[in-house]
Write a protein that binds this ligand. Sequence first.
Ligand code: ADP
Length: 162
Amino acid sequence: MGIRDAAYPGSFDPITYGHVNIVRRASERFDNLYVVVVNNPNKKYLFSLQERIEMVKKDLFGIQNVIVESFDGLLVNYLREKKIYNLIRGLRAVSDYEYELQMANANHMLFPELEIFFLMADTDFSYISSSMIKEIASYNGDVSKWVSKYVESKLQEKLLKK
Ligand code: ADP
């Protein structure tokens, strides 16, 4: 906990190499990066919170100063409690912008000391989303370029047995 720590929240349903890229880059710029697997009761996930945490932990294993946690309330409450004043989000296309702007404004209103940093997605991963990966995997398509072997096997287990 400290002024130079940051949090990177997300659904990670499942974690992709696009997320990993953001984590690598952000973790180099802050003392500690808290990767927060969010459980929003209004959202429908393919993977349970436990499964999402497990995949995130496996994929981020070995990256220095990364701490994986989870939270299922209002994000600003978590940040305030942990005294984390820096929030990281990734931006892919213009389509991300409107939602992110709305969220950023709301979070900033609720927690004025919070600074929100947007990292532009790496061009190699800018078109990847968890939902696209799920869609491709559900038709038994090859997702090995975008997710780890472990995530790939979890997707197969979940989607192909349906
Ligand atoms: P959420 O439900 O909070 O949007 P996601 O897991 O979809 O959770 O995304 C978490 C964060 O990671 C968001 O800021 C999103 O824009 C970013 N992100 C997702 N995929 C990528 C990617 N391929 N490259 C860069 N950032 C990404």
